[in-house]
Ligand binder design. Structure first.
Ligand SMILES: [Zn+2]
Length: 722
């Protein structure tokens, strides 16, 4: 599951040019080192020369040879393959099993009739394209279904609700349409699919169909596979509908590691579970959804609800739908692969890097383009180890399982190691490693400058550095927006407090979630995007990848270099290179934006002044800490250990033990996935979601929680500055 929507207009960029092995010297000297050019630069040059496009391509081909959904025998084979690669590089490697409550489809049936009782469709059809498609006919391809959907047998009138966002249901309400007892037809896009089901369930709907409209991922966007990158007629987006914004991971063990030997008494009973939907849902292709939509009567859907199918979309009623889902729920074993390298100077300061390995089907882009990049990064680290290099910090490479079902492998492992992770210095994620040539990143503010610095040290296949191309891309995107008049759909409150390349905020949708939002480990997520209309379908396979995403694997090489260099550099810095000045400025901007929103929405009685003062104080001290960081690189190892522990404790200050209202698993007071957006980040979530709910007393109470957290972090900054 990727954390970001694919970039719409990217494929016109030049194809990869051949380039020399990494000879790019950083354009600025990275911070945190006593003597970067003498101590670190040679190590990095050695590392950067290793990741190999051809090997990445071979690794991707091996990983995606068979469908390998979590907990399947083929998934276990990929775990053994990754473990073998880790071992070859010299990592201390272990396959770590967890036991999770997972569903697989036994029987899936959707039928529809028009108002006269005439059968319109009986499906779903198998995903299929004409021509030579080498992967679609494998009998192990899992039928399309939603992870975490319950079984169900429901028949009801269908109602079309656009993207099924809160504002879409509000529109239906304004039109006096009650969706109680109906089956809701949603199109993919605009939010996380679990949110669509969550809202429909709250409004009393009895079933949900989620389909891929050609306007969002099909022919309206460009040529369809096998002629292009976009989704063909029968392509279906599988996916989890777990309420991950309540808590991710195994549904029966929130906050507790679901080890195989965990007694039943420590797993919560099913009736206490809040992360599983109660109404059935099923994803459909537009081939199967079109007849349902075409025969809907009632009012015309609003203009902006119209998709690209060749008829006018109506809201309903008019079509009757029958959904029969028979799900096989069981405890199933999943397998993380963990490879470690001990640290010399700061052995308890872990640098963790991960990518998931399980796929809904073949998963060439999602997630194994990231796995191949990680394996080539590990290959480079292995060459360093053989040359005698020893990192100052402990390095942990992780290949997660069952991410697709609900971030399960990463969440269970993070819960298992919560004590050690309390002083892990960073978690670096990549999920969709490569779907095209456009580098993108999200991170906590303290890591944004570090990520930019790393991309300044890595060459781009298009010439210059990754940073140069990233900057050029963002400038072009901004220019297109200006000429088209289309506003950027960033996360609400996304503060861009400097004029440099924008690094996004972390929402959810991938394995960084337990690290930053549950445990407060400074985290980032990187990927390289392009047109990608086959997400979570059988067509996300090696043939699609080599045709559309990265035919010569040079972007795989680029991602391996960036991902690996994040790890190597962070493991070697003398002083942790966290940028708390930017963090402070962003928090100030978040509070200002929330105040404006409260005012615009008429939510009164919230005092913003104390929070603003707390954030200003944080920012002021962060400026002094920045100087201290620059002056301390020559300190003794003992002094550095103390300073680094304090620097790390600043982020921990942002955690609040009780967590967010009604979702205590989420403990970070600055970032969370939105309860009603899912993928996108909500900043200062306690306050902002209370404002959204027009609940000023909850907003004020959450303001107090926020002030306490900022003050806690500020106290640590103060101790460092002294
Ligand atoms: Zn993924």
């Amino acid at each position: 599951m990727p954390s970001r929507v694919p970039a719409p207009f990217a494929s016109f960029l030049l194809p990869a040019l051949f380039f020399l092995a990494a000879q790019t010297s950083p354009t600025t000297t990275p911070s945190g080192f006593k003597d970067f050019s003498a101590e670190e630069a040679p190590t990095e040059q050695t590392f950067l020369a290793v990741p190999d496009p051809k090997l990445a391509g071979e690794e991707l081909k091996t990983l995606t040879a068979e469908p390998h959904i979590a907990a399947s025998p083929e998934d276990h084979k990929t775990a053994e393959y990754v473990a073998q690669k880790f071992k070859e590089a010299g990592l201390d490697t272990e396959i770590v099993p967890y036991k999770a409550w997972l569903n697989m489809p036994k029987e899936v049936k959707v039928e529809a009739w028009d108002a006269d009782g005439k059968l319109l469709m009986s499906g779903p059809v198998k995903e299929h394209v004409d021509g030579n498609e080498p992967f679609q006919d494998d009998p192990r391809v899992t039928p399309a279904f939603n992870g975490s959907s319950p079984s169900g047998d429901v028949t009801a009138p269908a109602v079309y609700a656009n993207y099924c966002r809160p504002e879409d249901f509000q529109k239906l309400k304004d039109l006096n349409i009650d969706v109680k007892g109906d089956i809701i037809v949603c199109r993919y896009g605009g939010n996380f699919r679990g949110v669509k089901v969550y809202i429909a369930q709250q409004l009393g709907a009895i079933g949900v169909i989620i389909y891929s409209d050609p306007s969002d991922s099909g022919y309206y966007r460009g040529d369809m596979y096998p002629h292009g990158a976009w989704g063909p007629e029968t392509s279906v987006q599988r996916g989890s509908v777990q309420f991950m914004f309540k808590y991710p991971g195994d549904a029966l063990t929130p906050g507790v590691a679901s080890r195989p030997d965990l007694p039943e008494s420590q797993r919560i009973p099913l009736d206490k579970v809040t992360s599983l939907p109660k109404i059935p849902s099923e994803p459909l292709s537009y081939h199967d959804a079109a007849p349902i939509l075409e025969h809907l009567g009632g009012p015309d859907a609003p203009r902006e609800w119209q998709g690209a199918l060749p008829f006018t979309y109506h809201i309903g009623p008019g079509t009757k739908v029958h959904m029969l889902l028979n799900m096989d729920y069981q405890y199933r074993t999943i397998w993380d692969v963990i490879g470690t390298i001990p640290g010399t100077d700061f052995p308890d300061e872990w640098v963790v890097a991960g990518n998931h390995r399980d796929a809904w089907v073949y998963g060439a882009v999602d997630p194994n383009s990231g796995t191949a990049a990680m394996l080539e990064a590990v290959h480079g680290v292995g060459v360093l180890l053989k040359s005698g290099w020893k990192p100052k910090r402990k390095i942990v490479f992780c290949s997660w399982d069952a991410e697709e079902e609900g971030l399960i492998g990463s969440t269970e492992w993070a819960e298992d190691h919560a004590n050690q992770l309390a002083h892990a210095v960073a978690y670096f994620n990549t999920d969709v490693g490569v779907s095209g040539p456009n580098f993108e990143a999200s991170a906590v503010p303290s890591l944004k400058e570090f990520i930019r610095d790393v991309t300044k040290s890595v060459p781009s296949p298009k010439g210059g550095t990754v940073y140069d191309q990233w900057k050029k891309n963002q400038a072009e995107a901004a220019r297109r927006r200006n000429t088209s008049g289309v506003e950027e759909h960033g996360a609400r409150g996304n503060a861009h407090v400097d004029s440099d390349v924008n690094v996004g905020d972390l929402g959810s949708g991938s394995d960084f979630t337990p690290f930053i939002q549950h445990l407060g480990v400074p985290s980032s997520d990187i990927g390289s995007g392009g047109p990608y209309g086959v997400y979570h379908s059988v067509f996300d396979n090696y043939a699609w990848f080599t045709m559309n995403a990265d035919p010569t694997f040079v972007y795989e090489q680029e991602m391996a270099r960036v991902f690996g260099l994040l790890v190597v550099r962070m493991a070697d810095t003398d002083v942790l290179p966290y940028d708390y000045l930017t963090y402070g400025k962003e928090i100030v901007a978040y509070i200002d934006t929330a105040e404006k929103k409260a005012k615009d929405d008429g939510v009164t009685g919230i005092d913003f002044s104390q929070a603003k003062a707390a954030a200003a104080k944080f920012t002021q001290l962060a400026e002094q800490v920045k100087i201290k960081q620059q002056q301390s690189t020559s300190d003794s190892t003992q002094q550095l250990a103390t300073l680094n522990a304090q620097l790390r404790a600043v982020e921990a200050g942002f955690l609040s033990e009780p967590g967010l209202p009604n979702r205590p698993w989420f403990k970070h007071t600055i970032y969370a996935p939105g309860e009603y957006t899912g993928y996108a980040a909500v900043v200062i979530p306690g306050v902002n979601e209370a404002i959204d709910a027009k609940d000023s007393s909850r907003a004020q109470q959450q303001m107090t929680v926020l002030i306490e957290a900022i003050t806690k972090a500020t106290t640590t900054l103060d101790a460092i500055a002294k």
